[in-house]
Design a protein around this ligand. Structure first.
Ligand code: GAL
Length: 948
């Protein structure tokens, strides 16, 4: 069966299919079945059932631990996300032209399997260009040596791009939901491509044709805003790329107004925000990711994501949901190692408050099918003129959704209001009806209220509390509602006859009038009500916002389960008579289960003994984490590492600089060309050695250097015959004179240490990834000075097959394998902080034994602490993985999360830090320590795997 795109016509035949519950993702071990993926103006549909794509962006190349991919996908799923959007980075898989590697950490079959196993759909985004604040925007390093016209129909570019696509498409095609072999639900063409002229259209059409030829059968989507809506190259579903707050994390209180995405709707397509802001990136010297998490915080999610829902969006992807680490030399020059992004799941895999806000909204959109087919509804204005109401209605069920927010979405005032609703049960001119109460809208908060809806089989007339989720569980219906702590709540339900209301916990009053039960309360802790007398008993759980943080929902083959309590509920599976739960436990060990079918229950494989409670839940205790004791890192050896600076170093095996033309877009400032990329040195440090004769009369008096590292965070250092002449930081040019007493009669060597902070992205298709790195111009000073003859040596391409092309640069110790080598000759004991004055490169190493508690997921960072005023930079290797680039006098990053599979929690770890001191003032590497970012009891998904 081929994939169908029924669009409007055949959808009409689907009749009531549109009102069925959302489709869940088939598990990998279930028999394969083909699925239809369709869409109309309301939503995507899987097998005729409407589905809200509630999606989080994830980049496998930013988490070099396949074992932890499952952790991230399970954390997404637990927060109600049913979709992930994944970039595949061409350069990560292609160390050399024609070479492709999908092994180990690059196993993209595995990442797609893990998503499917977690019950997550995938929007696949293979580029060829991805931007993403990753080196060259994802283009391979070797493309810097190809003067092709990137992102265009240039046949030379297309040939190379197609080579990549052939390989990655083959993998993606193996995992398509349409073919019943995985959970890939959509495929994105290119990225943010806004060139809609003939050439741009030819290019995009080529990529469309290529995807089809490669067997891609899922809808082709884009984040090209309005560019490819119709005509040549048009997307099946066009998507929007929107970052309304921008990226200035220094002013996290500054908000821009929420955009109205309804203006960007296109006929016959669901409203899809392919990338909507989920955080922000931070530059070198920036305020740090804690500030980005404040800029794009839970209130941002609350106001902006709900605004999109009110605009009718039924597919929203948030960039990033888990940012991770731009480890090795993956960052672009502007950004540092962490790509935490201030995202809902932090780089160290912990939860930001936004995670819980995403969850509250996510549970609603994925658990309330009525939301998937809605039209605009004109509401009456609320009685507070500073507030605005935007409403939608499901034309089939009549369910209404009312968004209440400030007219000015940036406003911080706390407002109270009443609203008027016309509902099936009648007109309600003033809600809440209870005298002396009101709906409260805090500053930078909105409420999405449901009316004429369902809670299981019960009829919800309206609620001024927001709905998190509703379900029929066993013999009961269950609704979870919430509101800000201390605010009033009023919930009205319709019954045929007066029901009985039992307040099981908390305080509430109820009134009964003409078929409507009205319950009034304030949001405090978790109110529990049991309402009997309707079709089925109804358990209402009404929490203040934070009380819902620990309410989890998972689906099983026999219906949903809810867990009240635990740090995280990862999965729930019915296995015969047993309900097998997996999840994480913290210090609060109390959990209560609502499940229809459980005879016995296991938690992470161990049986638990649940006891019934008055609420009809099953209570049980979770294991609590054991304390984590971390070793003090006080055993270090060190070794100097700059033989290249010395006069005696033999550089005859090095590459001679002999090119007179370059592939770069940068014009050489002197010849021969000295650009590192032209000689195949693409990552990290590159050394240059320039020889000149000391023959009297032709000795240069100095040298003028222009060096491009890539922006503010770059640096270069210069030596003459082993004597340090100086460094240049935060600048590209410097002149160095050669003191006469250092010049010798024979061969003299000027050594220059440079660094490539990453290649530029190519956002505008101008070949910016080919901006030169290394020496741009080297001009000997002084009349009659002889030419300087240069050799250079940088990273050895393909040296580190396990970790891939970005792990190593060209320091001597990297070329020699010092991050992992067992030898200790030449290494001397040292203590930290180091008080060295000598400029240049020195390595520090420590072998550290860890004995972390078993059965726990412990997330550790490596931290460097310095007194101010130290001028050095450091590359941090853990067991050979370059997990951090630290710049003492720039920052802001000083804590580097190390994935728990790169780190061995139950054995010896090699920490190796290459320090480049850029001046001769006292003080080098500061105090290095391990930091516990969080430790919870957890299933063993971190079993030693591929990463080490
Ligand atoms: C988007 C782009 C992403 C990333 C993001 C900012 O527009 O598609 O790749 O660069 O901006 O983090």
């Amino acid at each position: 069966m081929r994939i169908k795109f029924p669009r409007l016509k055949s959808l009409l035949l689907m009749g009531s299919a549109a009102t069925l519950a959302c489709a869940t993702v088939a598990h990998a071990d279930q028999p394969t079945a083909q699925h239809s993926i369709a869409f109309d103006q309301y939503s995507f549909l899987v097998d005729g059932q409407r589905v809200y794509l509630w999606s989080g962006e994830f980049h496998p190349y930013r988490l070099p631990s396949p074992e932890l991919w499952r952790d991230i996908f399970q954390k997404m799923k637990a927060a109600g996300f049913n979709t992930t959007s994944i970039y595949f980075s061409w350069g990560y898989h292609s160390p050399r032209e024609g070479e492709y590697d999908f092994s180990g950490i690059r196993d993209m079959d595995r990442v797609l399997d893990e998503a499917q196993k977690a019950g997550i759909y995938v929007i696949a985004r293979p580029g060829p260009y991805i931007n993403a604040e990753v080196d060259s925007g994802g283009f391979p390093l070797w493309l810097t040596q190809k003067p092709v016209k990137n992102r265009s129909p240039d046949p030379d570019y297309l040939k190379l791009g197609d080579e990549w696509l052939t390989r990655i498409d083959r993998i993606i095609a193996r995992h398509q939901l349409s073919d019943g072999r995985g959970s890939v639900v959509a495929y994105q063409i290119e990225n943010e491509y806004y060139n809609g002229d003939d050439k741009g259209r030819d290019y995009i059409q080529h990529l469309r044709d290529k995807a089809k030829a490669d067997g891609i059968t899922v809808p082709l989507v884009g984040n090209h805003n309005d560019t490819f809506v119709s005509g040549k190259g048009a997307m099946d579903v066009t998507g929007w790329d929107y970052y309304p707050q921008g990226f200035d994390c220094s002013h996290p209180e500054h908000w821009n107004p929420a955009p109205d995405m309804a203006a960007h709707r296109h006929a016959g397509q669901p409203l899809f925000t392919a990338e909507f802001q989920g955080g922000a990136f931070d530059p070198w010297g920036g305020p740090g990711y804690a500030q980005c998490a404040k800029l794009i915080n839970d209130r941002f999610a609350n106001v902006f994501y709900k605004e999109n829902i009110a605009a009718g969006a039924t597919a929203q992807n948030f960039y990033m949901l888990y940012g991770g680490t731009s480890w090795g030399w993956q960052p672009i020059p502007q950004n540092y190692t962490s790509y935490d992004y201030g995202a809902a799941i932090t780089e160290a895999r912990q939860f930001e408050p936004k995670y819980f806000e995403d969850k509250r909204i996510g549970y609603l959109v994925t658990g309330l099918p009525a939301l998937l087919k809605t039209d605009d509804l004109k509401p009456r204005a609320p009685d507070n003129p500073r507030l605005v109401e935007v409403a939608r209605i499901n034309p089939e069920t009549g369910t209404q959704f009312h968004l209440l927010r400030h007219g000015d979405t940036t406003s911080s005032t706390v407002e109270s209001t009443h609203i008027a609703l016309s509902l099936k049960e009648g007109a309600f001119p003033r809600i809440p009806q209870q005298p002396g109460t009101a709906i409260r809208i805090d500053g930078r908060e909105s409420k999405l209220l449901v009316a004429d809806g369902k809670i299981g089989a019960a009829t919800l007339v309206y609620s001024t509390s927001e709905m998190m989720t509703q379900a029929s569980i066993g013999a009961r219906d269950v609704g979870v509602l919430y509101g800000r702590a201390g605010s009033d709540g009023e919930t009205a339900l319709a019954f045929k006859a007066k029901p009985q209301v039992k307040v099981l916990e908390g305080q509430a009053t109820s009134t009964w009038s003409r078929g409507i039960l009205r319950i009034n309360y304030q949001h405090h802790g978790l109110l529990r009500l049991l309402i009997e007398g309707g079709e089925r008993p109804l358990l209402l759980l009404i929490g203040e916002n934070s009380a819902t943080d620990r309410i989890w929902r998972q689906e099983t083959a026999q219906g949903p389960v809810l867990l009240l309590g635990s740090h995280l509920l990862r999965s729930a599976r019915v296995d015969g008579e047993t309900l097998a739960l997996t999840g994480d436990g913290d210090a609060d060990n109390h959990a209560e289960l609502l499940a229809g079918h459980a005879r016995s229950v296991t938690w992470n494989g161990a049986p638990v003994s649940p006891a019934p409670t008055a609420s009809g839940t099953l209570a049980f205790d979770l294991p609590v984490p054991k304390p984590v004791t971390l070793p003090v890192l006080d055993h270090w050896t060190s070794r100097e590492d700059q033989p290249e600076a010395g006069a005696a170093f033999d550089d005859r095996a090095w590459q001679q600089a002999d090119l007179n033309v370059s592939s770069s877009i940068t014009k050489p400032g002197s010849l021969p060309v000295l650009f590192a990329d032209d000689y195949g040195f693409h990552t990290g440090n590159t050394w240059y050695r320039g020889h000149f004769s000391g023959k009297a009369g032709s000795v240069p008096s100095g040298i003028k250097l222009h060096v491009k590292s890539g922006g503010e965070a770059g640096a270069f250092s210069v030596w003459l015959n082993g004597h340090f002449l100086g460094s240049v930081t935060r600048n590209e040019t410097g002149s160095f004179s050669f003191p006469a007493n250092l010049v010798v009669a024979g061969d003299n060597v000027v050594s220059v240490l440079t660094v490539n902070m990453g290649h530029e992205e190519d956002y505008n298709s101008t070949g910016e990834n080919r901006t030169a790195r290394g020496i741009i111009a080297a001009v000997p000073l002084g009349a009659g000075a002889d030419a300087i003859r240069w050799r250079l040596q940088g990273a050895v391409t393909g040296q580190d097959k396990l970790r891939g092309p970005y792990n190593l640069g060209g320091l001597h110790g990297e070329r020699e394998g010092w991050p992992t080598s067992p030898d200790s000759a030449g290494w001397t004991a040292t203590s930290l902080p180091a008080d060295t004055t000598a400029p240049g490169i020195r390595w520090y190493r420590s072998d550290v034994t860890l004995d972390l508690p078993q059965g726990q997921d412990t997330s550790l960072s490596l931290a460097i602490k310095d007194p101010p005023g130290r001028h050095y930079r450091a590359l941090i290797f853990v067991n050979g993985w370059q997990m951090g680039h630290y710049i003492a006098d720039m920052g802001p990053q000083s804590r580097f999360p190390i994935p728990s599979t790169v780190l061995n929690g139950h054995g010896v770890n090699r920490i190796a830090i290459a320090v480049w001191k850029t001046d001769d003032t006292p003080g080098s590497l500061g105090v290095v320590s391990l930091v516990d970012e969080g430790s919870v009891t957890a299933p063993d998904f971190t079993a030693p795997g591929l990463a080490r």
